[in-house]
Design a protein around this ligand. Structure first.
Ligand code: MG
Length: 366
């Protein structure tokens, strides 16, 4: 492991109950009442709940029906993504006063690398404090922050003193912090993985650290390597600006060129299913469906249609893709078909777990 790479100062800023807080900000009569953005008592799912609603067990991704059952007083509000995007932009403008190394994870979360920053401030903790104060003063919204030597720890730490708080894990505290960390708090460990870890006797970072790389690799594949390193404070994934995808898509190249529309429709169905899986995984919906057709002579043709509402389910996507397919005559046999979705609602981004390796130098001024 190279020892000469500098440690970084990373801040993870996470807005508190973002969508719901924006709704409260714009409709002060909602303040103090339980609010859910998205869904309703009959159908749909909650995309965000304010802290008042959370007291009753209302959570995001919960069905509107169950949410209302848990909290009869619950007020459902329609999401206004354009408004959330607008505020998100203003928040990012504040970030950019400190550094241009800003990597949004979604509309309400971002990583900032402030190792070198525009204010010449050596304290990442003080920068985080100032940023949160500015977000509050200028936009009237609360944010939490985690501050540490890498993205992984910063992300985990931002959850510690939520809402409206921050936590710094200094370089010399990193190893102990990770050892004492509940395995469920490890970023990237979901419910299913946590269950698997429990069965292997892994409940804390310390338990995780006791396992060999081979062991983790055998049980968790590529993620095993990631777990092995992050628990040792090693996670050198850089803060990469502009990582929000503008579109999500799926496509297939065929071993034999297709000339029958019947076969194409069948393939499109698989592609729509694949696309739906990706959309669900990253909680994205979009309005613009694009059909991509590559002919056997390698000419490319794309056709798009923008719907008046966000879609993420395969039926609607397929229906639109079919319509686009029939829009024009095919001029040759087809070797590739693809469907993509743009004009996305949340601009959510898949989490990357790729990491390079650095060592933890404990005497790093923080
Ligand atoms: Mg948040």
């Amino acid at each position: 492991m190279p020892n000469d790479l500098p440690l970084r100062k990373i801040i993870h800023v996470d807005m508190d109950a973002f969508y719901a807080s924006v709704e409260e900000l714009d409709n002060p009569e909602l303040k103090g009442k339980p609010v859910a953005v998205g869904g309703n008592e009959i159908r749909g799912v909650v995309s965000a709940a304010n802290y008042e609603a959370r007291k009753y067990g209302v959570r995001s991704a919960m069905s509107g029906y169950l949410a209302k059952k848990n909290c009869p007083e619950l007020i459902f509000v329609k999401p206004r993504y354009d408004r959330y995007k607008e505020i998100s932009k203003q928040i990012r403008a504040i970030f950019h006063d400190y550094t241009d190394l800003v990597e949004p994870l979604s509309l309400d979360e971002a990583y900032l690398d402030v190792t070198v920053n525009k204010k010449g401030n050596p304290s990442a903790s003080l920068i985080a404090k100032e940023i949160r104060q500015r977000i509050f003063n200028e936009l009237g919204l609360a944010a939490s922050a985690g501050i540490s030597i890498n993205k992984f720890i910063a992300k985990v730490a931002s959850d510690f003193n939520k809402p409206n708080g921050q936590k710094t894990v200094n370089p010399e505290e990193v190893l102990e912090f990770l050892e004492n960390l509940d395995i469920r708090k490890f970023y990237g460990v979901g419910k299913v993985t946590a269950q698997k870890m429990y069965k292997l006797g892994i409940f804390t970072g310390k338990d995780l650290k006791a396992k060999t790389l081979d062991f983790l690799d055998n049980h968790f594949g590529k993620s095993g390597r990631y777990y092995y390193h992050v628990v040792r404070g090693i996670h050198n994934s850089e803060v990469k600006p502009h990582r929000i995808p503008k579109s999500v898509g799926a496509e297939r190249t065929f071993s034999e060129n297709l000339s029958s529309e019947i076969f194409m429709l069948e393939r499109l169905q698989h592609i729509a299913e694949e696309l739906e899986r990706r959309l669900i995984k990253s909680k994205i919906a979009g309005k613009t469906v694009t059909l991509k057709i590559k002919y056997s002579d390698f000419t490319l043709n794309t056709r798009s249609k923008t719907l008046p509402y966000f879609v993420s389910n395969k039926e609607l996507i397929l229906e639109t893709a079919k319509e686009l397919l029939y829009q024009e005559e095919l001029h040759n046999s087809v070797r590739l078909l693809g469907i993509s979705l743009a004009n996305l609602n949340t601009e959510k981004k898949k989490i990357e777990t790729k990491e390079e390796i650095i060592s933890v130098q404990l005497k790093f001024e923080f």
